[in-house]
Design a binder for this molecule. Structure first.
Ligand code: FAD
Ligand code: NAI
Length: 513
């Protein structure tokens, strides 16, 4: 009974604690703090965040930066942060896209020091003159839609664009999966293909083509999308539109011998066998060479090593073959001689300083480090830069104080006063040494996770004693709780959880908006 009493007390306390925390989080979201105006004497830090809203690297930096120490200007054509790991779920309506978006205005209003935001694309970084050229590319334009922003320090966190490798027809005919708009377009096209296939007098071949959903790229983006799409078909489309059940088909095309190359062999095999069970066709050793408006042409490597060109008709084509360098980054690289040999992005040193510069840093997918271009890396890089900049600001303050103390020591009236100032100088110098002891960036890999459909996920988790690989339904529950806890805000967490519950009860919406 005593144990029971303690257990009930503990449950009650946890409940009260959680409710209090939730209430506080919701209160702070709706009640932004009083902000400190920027000090004209402070340095101007420009955070270049090109992407729908603001990306992983830049937002992580902004979140932890003491903004009262710098005049921070955020520039991005996207006025929200996007939680990309749940983007594949938005393509089928499992999660509504607004649930994984956090407005940049909410983020900057929670900062202590005022942060400026311009909804614009950075078109050019003038390295020599320390200027960023910006352009308003939105539908509504004012009298001024092109201007420059000067900077003392610059952080480039513009991410990457979709790699197409110059393959003809990809840009014109494919859907990509990087932005919210991409997910919306895919959702619309899936339903358009389904309804068009059911148009009166449609031929059998055309029905088959329209209901063939082809995903190119067997990396995590392609795999997660294929899994989500097959779930949509099994759980909702088949129920509401049974006429399509014999012809709806998902194919994943990959140039390498297997999908998910960054995962362990055991998980690759598990993913491929789960896809087989789900009836998703995996075409490995199949490299797409050309895309037309209704088919792809691919070079298939046969088991005997011979190659043959195959034409695969499709209704929906989703292209997920990784990252390419954005033009603004390429232009900046061309201005810096030390970047000549870099191909995949801005080469940086261990403090994320762009090689060949002193006042430009790069984070996330546009920076070339020893790590994969993931949200996990970008997030840690952003947090590292915040720590670095906070330390630099503190160092500046201490150095200013030291100068004042030295002047005071020189004009001290007597020995006692001089000794007092001397002690203070010693204390500040100690503080300065401690502050300056910030080490280089070190990435701590927490593991890789991917959803593979049918309420299963795969995980390669870094453990104290090495790597731990797991796949299945328990991993899926872990995947869900991990991503729910990683959502940007309490608001996002609640919206995503509601969406999951809503879909479980009512199913996904099969209308085409
Ligand atoms: P991004 O997050 O891409 O942000 C770039 C920002 O720059 C955007 O705000 C953009 O609007 C802005 N921008 C672009 N051009 C300009 C310009 N010219 N001027 C100004 N601003 C500009 N990683 C994981 O670790 N785990 C996952 O589960 C995972 N899932 C993913 C799922 C999908 C569908 C995708 C596409 C990616 C996923 N990733 C995942 C990878 C992860 O999203 C990226 O590595 C991460 O977003 C990189 O962060 P970033 O800050 O460099 O760039
Ligand atoms: P990716 O680079 O990981 O994979 C792209 C795949 O496309 C490669 O396997 C490549 O062989 C294949 N490919 C390239 N050209 C091809 C062609 N012409 N024909 C057929 N196949 C072709 O790209 P992805 O999945 O877009 O991921 C980008 C980054 O984002 C990666 O670093 C990834 O780790 C990260 N990410 C992580 C996720 C997770 O951890 N769950 C989810 C999504 C992305």
């Amino acid at each position: 009974f005593r144990a029971l009493r303690w257990a009930s007390r503990l449950t009650l306390l946890t409940g009260v604690g959680l409710t209090g925390w939730l209430a506080y989080s919701i209160y702070t979201l709706g009640h932004p703090v009083e902000q400190v105006e920027p000090d004209p004497d402070k340095k101007t830090l420009v955070i270049l965040v090109p992407l729908p809203g603001t990306g992983w690297g830049a937002i992580s930096l902004l979140k932890k930066l003491d903004t009262e120490n710098y005049n921070v200007v955020v520039i991005s054509p996207r006025n929200f942060f996007l939680f990309t790991p749940l983007l594949p779920s938005c393509t089928t309506g499992l999660i509504e896209h607004r649930s994984v978006m956090e407005p940049i205005r909410n983020i900057i209003r929670q900062k202590k020091g005022v942060v400026k935001y311009y909804e614009a694309e950075a078109t050019k970084v003038d390295f020599e003159n320390r200027l960023v050229h910006i352009s308003d590319d939105s539908e509504i334009k004012g009298e001024v839609s092109n201007t420059v922003v000067p900077f003392d320090m610059l952080v480039v966190g513009v991410g990457a664009e979709n790699a197409t490798f110059g393959i003809p027809g990809v840009k014109e005919h494919s859907c990509f999966l990087k932005e919210v708009g991409d997910a919306q377009q895919i959702r619309k096209r899936i339903m358009d293909c389904v309804e068009t296939a059911l148009f009166k007098d449609q031929t059998e071949d055309e029905v088959k083509r329209l209901l063939h959903m082809v995903v190119v790229g067997g990396g995590p983006t392609g795999v997660e999308f294929a899994g989500e799409l097959q779930d949509f078909f099994e759980e909702d489309l088949k129920k509401w539109i049974p006429e399509i059940k014999d012809n709806f088909h998902v194919t994943l095309v990959e140039a390498l011998p297997n999908v998910l190359p960054m995962f362990s062999k055991q998980l690759i095999d598990y993913t491929e066998s789960t896809f087989k069970e789900e009836k998703i066709t995996v075409r490995t050793k199949t490299m797409v060479k050309k895309v037309t408006d209704n088919s792809i042409e691919a070079e298939v490597t046969k088991p005997d090593g011979s190659k043959e060109i195959e034409t695969i008709p499709y209704g929906l084509l989703v292209w997920a073959t990784g990252n390419a360098v954005r033009s603004v980054v390429r232009d900046l690289m061309n201005q810096i001689p030390a970047q000549k040999s870099s191909r995949r992005g801005l080469a940086v040193n261990e403090y994320l300083v762009v090689n060949g510069t002193e006042n430009i840093w790069a984070v996330g997918d546009c920076a070339i480090t020893n790590y994969a271009p993931t949200a996990q890396v970008a997030n840690q890089e952003g947090a590292f830069l915040a720590r670095l900049f906070n330390t630099m600001a503190k160092t500046d303050d201490i150095e200013r104080e030291l100068k004042k103390l030295s002047a005071a020591q020189a004009v001290a009236k007597n020995e006692e006063e001089r000794n007092k100032v001397f002690d203070e100088i010693k204390e500040r110098q100690k503080q300065l040494r401690r502050t300056k002891q910030i080490g280089p960036f070190q990435y701590s890999h927490q593991g890789s996770l991917a959803y593979i459909g049918k309420e299963r996920a795969v995980a390669d988790i870094s453990w104290v004693s090495g790597n731990f690989a797991s796949g299945g339904t328990m991993t899926y529950l872990f995947w869900r709780s991990a991503y729910l806890s990683m959502c940007f805000s309490t608001r996002n967490r609640c919206l995503v959880a509601f969406d999951w519950i809503k879909t479980k009860i009512f199913g996904r919406d099969v209308s085409r908006e």
